[in-house]
Design a protein around this ligand. Structure first.
Ligand code: UDP
Length: 262
């Protein structure tokens, strides 16, 4: 959320309120979500969002190591957010940065309220988020991808968690800031919600908004989250309808074989 000298760029929003990448003020970048793409993880999701490419993998609930970390009444949720060395323009050091450690904590805290951890005492649920390519809003995409991967892993959830950022750029309230808007803008506000009851599990803000701007930004973020939530559900449905088709095909083949034998 680094701010950059406003004078070092041309304008990001034109007189018709169109952004530099052609989007309207309240428009999301194109999003595609795929689930179940890693065979070794319990659940996984790959999220393409504009230029962001984020991979999430979930392991668990499973036996916890080291055992002394075990919680007697619930599962321990652990989260690791990492940026690959090639994910940003300047090579990112492979050593975990303070930012990655902070974001791992922030993402874990935004996912945990959705998980029925009390059903799995003394176990761990491990969430890994790899940013393969970054262009602003990767903590939000990490949350969205991770919660989709949790659902794919069959971890019991109160709801999916879905996140997106809103902010203020050149006096306008914008949905889904990309890297340049994040850096040049006056404010950036990532938000995660449980969409069913609109419970907020993450709300951060860098910069300043008036009370009225904050309310408008919050409403816009919730609308953005609702759109992304539909895509999460669609990605999960797609995988399971494919599995259903495969199972039905196998059942048909099996019953045909049985009939032939009779
Ligand atoms: N970024 C970068 N190098 C870094 C960290 C971040 O170039 O070491 C870029 C990246 O595109 C990221 C953006 O800065 O998405 C905004 O980073 P921020 O810390 O605000 O987190 P994010 O918006 O990704 O959640």
């Amino acid at each position: 959320m680094t701010r950059i000298n406003q004078n070092s760029y041309e304008r990001l929003i034109d007189e018709n309120e169109i952004r530099i990448d052609g989007r309207k003020l309240d428009e999301l970048r194109p999003i595609n979500i795929e689930v179940g793409i890693l065979t070794n993880a319990y659940g996984s999701a790959l999220l393409h969002h504009g230029k962001n490419k984020i991979l999430a993998a979930v392991f668990g609930p499973r036996e916890l190591h080291p055992r002394h970390l075990a919680l007697p009444d619930r599962a321990l949720v652990r989260c690791e957010y990492r940026m690959t060395t090639f994910s940003v323009e300047e090579r990112k050091s492979p050593a975990p940065s303070r930012r990655e450690i902070e974001l791992s904590k922030v993402i874990r805290e935004s996912l945990e309220p959705a998980i029925f951890t009390h059903l799995y005492p003394r176990t761990s649920v491990d969430v890994f988020i790899e940013v393969l390519q970054a262009d602003g809003g990767t903590r939000c995409d990490g949350i969205t991808a991770a919660s989709t991967a949790l659902a794919d892993a069959g971890v019991p959830l109160r709801d999916l968690v879905v996140a997106c950022a809103v902010g203020k750029v050149e006096g306008h309230i914008l949905l889904d800031l990309d890297d340049i808007e994040d850096k040049k803008g006056e404010a950036d506000m990532p938000i995660a919600i449980l969409p069913r009851n609109k419970e907020v599990t993450l709300l951060q803000m860098d910069g300043q908004l008036s009370r009225e701007e904050f309310q408008r930004a919050l409403d816009l973020a919730i609308k953005g989250c609702e759109q992304i939530h539909e895509m999460q559900k669609e990605a999960l449905r797609k995988k399971y309808s494919e599995i259903q088709e495969e199972v039905l095909e196998e059942l048909n083949e099996f019953s045909e074989k049985e009939e032939n034998q009779d």
